[in-house]
Design a protein around this ligand. Structure first.
Ligand SMILES: Cc1cc2nc3c(=O)[nH]c(=O)nc-3n(C[C@H](O)[C@H](O)[C@H](O)COP(=O)(O)OP(=O)(O)OC[C@H]3O[C@@H](n4cnc5c(N)ncnc54)[C@H](O)[C@@H]3O)c2cc1C
Length: 338
């Protein structure tokens, strides 16, 4: 394999029902940085059926080029036609790097493709960077249940492939009027290449907001004392227009649902405001929230590590402070809106 033949950073664009999944924008943002370090461009690979109208969005979020494979076989997502399409795109365009979101679809697709092109794949990465000397991609991911961070290289095979955890990378501010060249790649699909037939798609209806989309998070830890005290968090979140999240200790104790867990084995969040209530600030928790714009910590232990990352700290009993905090904010907001 001649490594020099492989150039460019490619991002697999996940779309479901003609809607681009958020992580794809995040990957374009990261892809742009990596491409700059490699002196190359970032290309979005858009697969689907009648999805051409999504191209302008990809350009606004940083795609320099778009490769579009538009075919009936690609609606809805199934493993075989998508793996076939990605394999052919890679064989034809020879990218140096291919990124996928570590979603259910990305995690299903990427290993199929990597086995087919005989290259390396790192799953669920939380950090990606280019080695300045070798220009190899350094792919870092939590391993052994999050107990070590492993940095993995794929020096002798191309493309270097990674699935990337949603919420960790930053999308760029959309550029109005940005354009990307669109190359349509017409691929042949065999009629019987669908080993999987989708009979029905069942959508779970949920009125909950994903904590990764919340601008304000009021987060509870073991220091809340009992599940009933989570009401105090909800009250504050309601006044601020935010959502409630939790540490793993609370999820393990059954005080909160797994889908609101913040941290290395939960979700990575980057809200404008993160209020940590009775959370010690273990490294595995910090990994999921330390990039929040403003962090407020309430903890009775002044030596709690959470204060090291907090912009504002209150030392005291959270169950006493929260009701006062919520009441004061309510008054303040009422005054402002009067
Ligand atoms: C492989 C691995 C992965 C992990 N992944 C995650 C993860 O994704 N997310 C996560 O959160 N954790 C994770 N953990 C667990 C992590 O190490 C901590 O155990 C956990 O974050 C602790 O949660 P906590 O801060 O709520 O509880 P504690 O560490 O018990 O802290 C409670 C805090 O509340 C304070 N407190 C107690 N009472 C009050 C009161 N009345 N008023 C004010 N403050 C009070 C205490 O001073 C203390 O600081 C992981 C651990 C491992 C080993």
């Amino acid at each position: 394999m001649n490594l020099q033949d492989y150039q460019g950073v490619f991002v697999f664009v996940q779309q479901v029902d003609h809607k681009i999944t958020g992580v794809s924008y995040e990957l374009l943002g990261k892809g742009k940085e990596l491409a700059a370090d490699l002196g190359t461009e970032v290309t979005a690979v858009l697969l689907g059926y009648q999805v051409e109208d999504l191209c302008p969005k990809l350009a606004r979020y940083g795609a320099d080029k778009i490769i579009l494979v538009d075919n009936e076989a690609l609606e809805p997502y199934t493993t075989e036609p998508y793996a076939h399409a990605m394999y052919n795109v890679i064989e034809k365009y020879k990218p140096a790097v291919v990124l996928y979101g570590a979603t259910a679809i990305g995690r299903d697709l990427a290993p199929r493709v990597s086995a087919r092109v005989h290259t390396g794949l790192t799953a669920d990465c939380t950090k990606l960077e280019i080695d300045p000397d070798t220009k190899n991609l350094k792919m870092t991911r939590p391993a052994f249940g999050g107990n070590i961070m492993a940095t993995i290289l794929c020096p002798e095979h191309r493309p270097q492939m990674a699935t990337v955890r949603p919420g960790v990378m930053q999308k760029i501010k959309p550029i109005d009027g940005a354009e990307a060249s669109v190359e349509k790649y017409d691929l042949a699909f065999e009629k019987n290449n669908k080993y999987v037939e989708v009979l029905n798609v069942v959508k779970k209806v949920s009125d909950k907001i994903d904590i990764q989309d919340a601008k304000i998070l009021v987060s509870g830890g073991r220091g809340m004392g009992c599940p009933e005290n989570f009401k105090l968090l909800r009250d504050l979140a309601d006044v601020l227009g935010g959502e409630v999240s939790a540490s793993r200790a609370c999820v393990d104790a059954g005080w909160a649902e797994k889908d609101v867990q913040v941290g290395q084995t939960g979700k990575t969040v980057r809200p404008n405001l993160y209020i940590a209530c009775g959370i010690s600030g273990a490294i595995q928790h910090l990994a999921g929230m330390e990039d929040s714009d403003v962090i407020v910590a309430i903890n009775k232990d002044e030596n709690a590590p959470i204060f090291e990352v907090a912009d504002y700290g209150i030392v005291g009993d959270v169950t006493k402070i929260l009701p006062i905090f919520t009441e004061k904010l309510k008054e303040e907001l009422a005054l402002r809106n009067a």
